[in-house]
Design a binder for this molecule. Sequence first.
Ligand code: NAD
Ligand code: AKB
Length: 318
Amino acid sequence: MSKIIVIGAAGQIGTELVLALRKLNGEHRVVAADLKDSCPPLLAGGAYVKMDILDRDFVREYIIKNEIKEVYLLAALLSATAEKNPDFAWKLNMEGLFTVLDLAKEGYISKIFWPSSIAVFGPTTPMDNTPQHTIMEPSTVYGISKQAGERWCEYYFNKFNVDVRSIRYPGLISYKSLPGGGTTDYAVDIFYKAKAGEKFTCFLKEDTALPMMFMDDAINATIQLMEAPAENIKIRSAYNLGGISFTPKTISKAIQKEIPSFEIDYQPDFRQAIADSWPNSIDDTNAKKEWGWNHKFDLEAMVKVMLENVKVELLETK
Ligand code: NAD
Ligand code: AKB
């Protein structure tokens, strides 16, 4: 049986993706790889390798020697962290992608998943129900790297028949691991404060609508996309993926239904400008039509699951 590797496995998505892929394929077929010295406890059931995606020689040797055929490349700097270190963000977000695309071009890898983001859109994009094909003029280094990545994925598919697949994830909300430095992180942070019985100070304005999704839906979408027959994948840049759309005010009200004493105030910072440049909601007709996508969690269901499962102690591991 060929092997699968998830690079950036210790992060918010990687942790849950490795768990889901291991459940589907068996623990020993799915290798978790990350920059971190040791394997996160949740992933201890299967193989772990310390890997720097920027160490091209090491990555190539590991993948070729271990006959890994499917790569999920998640390592990246997210929007807020990337703005603080644009040169490094560009390097990390692009170089790793080329390493993996080239391995596929040379025939070592047969399938790649590389995530894009709603950050590919910019201030000139239509903001409501943003179409799959539209104006894309991203204003963040993160968005520029994702847009360039999308173009390169499509190019490698067209020129070299590389089977690369991608989704423009919205902001993802989860409780198994913490988010890693994005603009949508407030929608996770808010649950830790609510659960701890503390007031939450939001770094976005109360009326800032953004596309969001519960992690289970995002993981299902990823697996569904990767399992779809190649001929169904008509878009080789990245698919729009809709989920739920809400503002800080709306989510705080949904939390107050469960915890009436919960309080929120607002102190917008540099992330407000990033959020203002992104869509309010996403049209995902293509994903629905071409590979059967549909989200399950609405705002209320997501709030309930988050409040039931968020563990404040996880913050101590950050
Ligand atoms: P994260 O920051 O939580 O995790 C990234 C992981 O990559 C971390 O564990 C980190 O240690 C690892 N990493 C960093 N540099 C590395 C390197 N040089 N080599 C190997 N590993 C390295 O990020 P995430 O939220 O899990 O996002 C994963 C991917 O999904 C990213 O490409 C991100 O742009 C994309 N995405 C995420 C979201 C979201 O809301 N989480 C939304 C849209 C797109
Ligand atoms: C971020 O806020 O940077 C990410 C994303 C939407 O890509 N969560």
